[in-house]
Write a protein that binds this ligand. Structure first.
Ligand code: SF4
Length: 264
């Protein structure tokens, strides 16, 4: 994988997520190359060949952080800060070292257990949190949709270790692929290791987008019996699949007193 240190412009970006004013992405492009990734639709490089990052990331971020008060910065909304190249490049670790030194915290979303490498830093931040996203119970199915990620059990095991060490943890069940993702089973598995679980369905507006073309190919090859039903639900939030799933998750939430945030 070629990593080019050539991104210009600001590292800190305004964040539209609730509770965060700023976010940052150490990389542009993501080696995980999940076929459903919506960011693929705007990709500037072929992520199987090249991702981009910032040269002198610590020095540049140091200047930008001087202009804002200490707070929690979100990482991981558009690329994974712990994708495989992070092991060699250490950009995310450099960022965390700087955030810690300046009294900031980080809230991180990842699909990788490489985040555990940085537990020493996260444990020293007052508001640090790690969320892991999962979408498939069955690893043969996961490999069809996201063949470069680690398996779901490894991600849940990382959450368990982080939580028991004292890091705040949460999970995203995302994207829920209708009739393929078992969101209820994933919620039950995740609950012991998370403060909160968010649910987001796979939603696509335009059938010509790259991620839908990828998914369509997988459905045609491996799930021909449900392809039409999946397509109907993916393109309409009014499809009964979503209301049924919401009802099941709400029932589970009541039964088990889980902290679920359902966005279906
Ligand atoms: S890990 Fe996240 S950012 Fe990376 S390809 Fe998968 S969905 Fe996209």
């Amino acid at each position: 994988m070629k990593v080019s240190a050539n991104i210009g412009g600001n590292i800190l970006q305004h964040c539209t997520l609730e509770n965060f004013d700023y976010q940052m992405e150490p990389y542009i492009g993501c080696e995980h190359y999940c076929y459903y990734c919506y960011v693929l639709n705007q990709a500037e490089t072929d992520w199987t060949q090249e991702v981009r990052t910032y040269k002198d990331i610590k020095e540049r971020l140091n200047v930008e952080l001087a202009g804002i008060p200490p707070q929690t910065i979100y990482m991981g909304w558009q690329t994974d800060p712990y994708q495989p190249c992070e092991e060699d490049w250490g950009q995310t670790r450099q960022i965390l070292e700087l955030l810690l030194a300046k009294g900031f915290s980080a809230s991180i979303l990842t699909k990788s257990d490489l985040v555990m490498r940085d537990m020493d830093l996260l444990l020293q931040m007052p508001q640090a949190a790690v969320s892991v996203s999962v979408a498939f119970n069955d690893d043969d199915i996961r490999r069809l949709f996201e063949y470069r990620t680690i398996d779901t059990a490894q991600r849940i095991s990382a959450l368990a270790k982080l939580k028991s060490a004292g890091v705040r943890t949460a999970a995203l069940v995302c994207p829920i692929v209708p009739y393929i993702t078992d969101a209820v089973a994933l919620a039950e598995k995740l609950q012991p290791y998370t403060e909160k679980i968010w649910f987001y369905g796979l939603s696509i507006l335009d059938g010509s987008e790259k991620n839908w073309q990828n998914i369509k190919r997988i459905l045609e090859m491996h799930f021909p019996e449900v392809r039409e039903k999946v397509e109907a639900a993916v393109f309409s939030k009014e499809d009964p699949y979503w209301a049924d799933l919401k009802r099941d998750l709400t029932a589970l939430q009541k039964q088990r007193t889980m902290n679920l945030s359902i966005h279906l």
